[in-house]
Design a binder for this molecule. Structure first.
Ligand SMILES: NC(=O)c1ccc[n+]([C@@H]2O[C@H](COP(=O)([O-])OP(=O)(O)OC[C@H]3O[C@@H](n4cnc5c(N)ncnc54)[C@H](O)[C@@H]3O)[C@@H](O)[C@H]2O)c1
Length: 429
């Protein structure tokens, strides 16, 4: 009976969905996925780690009539833990690198939470779009140029299929950010002339290699420290702040110039990523912004953004100073829940939400910065999008037993970026 109702619901969607106007955030394309707010939304979780479990909790908190119905993870222990918590039957729990396919094949799944390490995101996101699922995707959504291109294509397809997509850039759903951005847009600080953003902190968790672990198993368990999985910490973490600056600017940088290094975290368990980056982004009109990110124990912590205009400045999060002085005093709901609330409202026929392109673009900016630091070259967005040949995507038939040697730490001047030809000293083609 429930399946018949679900089929009818899908037919109804097929008949009534309206053409979407683009990738725009909210309100662009009204669509009706569910006829009643009481219809249950079945959620599949792909990647049952810390954030996958957290996002599932947030999704359940966001609305009535939401149920976790399927789970997938590369590892059995992760699936077991999630299965016990969300009471998912055995026949909808899947283990292994191909487990995502099983979740996507289930008709009970309307919405998928994608919360594996980001290296798998283009593969999983594209497959979810093909399967016609609504998507909550954790950030970042790619780690290389080929992944960015795959995501952009899948993002376009998700809009064409009227699928709803929210990304784990939760500041975009935080009322204090939303209200501040509205005021910045309305001219509260005048014309933006510069900006700064930061993610400076100590270390994150790290896992030493256990005896008998294959290359892939160890790297998946310790994924933060391998570029093919995390994209380096500028992509994995700092994408949040870069995304806020893109949002404030209402534009993407045309060029990026970055430097960085690895001075503190040099032990083998830290793979081959850097521990600090400093980046200059060049936005249209030669507006330049600075971004600093660091994962070094004992660092002065700072996770924030700041936008400077001709009439004042703002922290993008509830404070405006200058000719206009303003403090946000509205409600402060949990943005991790809000992002799911907005997604579910969209699925149920509210303002259309599809953040796939937006999160891909911010991910791209972070990857460009990383590659600029690794290569010591200035990186143009158009070149990166069209000609960068870096492809770190895992094969779709990747096996736990496959060899995966750890690449050397990128040394500027020695590191080779596929597609990059340096024509003359200090200048990139
Ligand atoms: N929005 C935020 O504030 C926020 C916070 C933390 C993490 N994240 C993001 O969430 C994602 C997950 O991070 P996490 O902290 O939960 O990591 P985690 O290691 O706790 O969880 C990742 C899970 O994915 C599983 N996995 C790995 N490869 C897989 C595959 N191919 N198929 C299925 N399962 C696979 C792992 O076994 C693990 O259980 C990352 O993209 C991270 O950047 C976002």
């Amino acid at each position: 009976m429930a399946d018949i109702a679900r089929m009818n619901r899908r037919r109804f969607l097929g008949r009534t969905a309206m053409a979407a106007g683009g990738f725009a955030l909210a309100g662009a394309a009204p669509r009706v996925a569910y006829t009643a707010a009481t219809d249950t939304i079945g959620v599949g979780v792909i990647g049952c780690g810390g954030r996958g479990m957290g996002a599932a909790d947030n999704c359940l908190e966001a609305a009535q009539g939401v149920k976790i119905v399927a789970l997938a993870d590369a590892f059995a222990d992760r699936v077991e833990r999630a299965k016990a918590k969300f009471k998912v039957p055995d026949n909808r729990c899947f283990v292994g690198l191909e487990a995502y396919r099983e979740v996507l094949a289930l008709s009970e799944v309307d919405l998928v939470i994608l919360a594996t390490p980001p290296g798998f995101r283009p593969l999983h996101f594209s497959a979810a779009v093909e399967a016609g699922k609504h998507i909550f995707t954790e950030k970042p959504v790619a780690v290389c140029a080929a992944g960015v291109r795959q995501m952009l294509e899948a993002a376009e397809k998700s809009v064409a299929k009227k699928l709803c997509v929210a990304a784990g850039t939760q500041r975009r759903h935080d009322p204090k950010y939303m209200e501040t951005m509205k005021r910045i847009r309305d001219g509260a600080i005048g014309q933006i002339v510069s900006a700064q953003c930061y993610w400076n902190q100590g270390g994150l968790w790290v896992k030493k290699r256990e005896p008998n672990q294959s290359d892939i198993e160890w790297q998946l368990r310790n994924w933060l420290y391998f570029v093919w999985l995390s994209g380096d910490h500028i992509v994995e973490q700092h994408v949040h702040n870069i995304d806020v600056i893109n949002w404030a600017m209402g534009a993407l940088p045309d060029q990026v110039h970055s430097l960085g290094g690895r001075q503190f975290r040099t032990a083998p368990e830290y793979g081959h990523i850097y521990d600090h980056f400093g980046t200059e982004f060049f936005y249209p009109g030669d507006v330049r912004t600075i971004s600093l990110c660091r994962q070094i124990e004992g660092s002065a912590g700072n996770v924030s953004e700041r936008v400077v205009g001709t009439k004042g400045w703002s922290n993008c999060a509830g404070v405006i100073e200058g000719e206009v002085k303003w403090r946000y005093e509205g409600p402060t709901p949990n943005p991790y829940v809000e992002e799911h609330r907005h997604l579910i409202e969209s699925i149920r026929g509210g303002a259309y939400l599809n953040e796939a392109r937006q999160v891909t673009e911010s991910t791209m900016c972070a990857i460009m910065a990383r590659e600029s630091a690794y290569t010591r070259q200035q990186m143009k967005r158009e070149w990166f999008l069209q000609r960068c040949e870096l492809d770190l995507r895992p094969r779709s038939d990747l096996k736990m037993s496959d060899p995966m040697p750890v690449p050397p730490v990128a040394v500027p001047g020695k590191y080779q970026l596929p597609g990059l030809v340096v024509e003359e000293k200090g200048k990139r083609t």
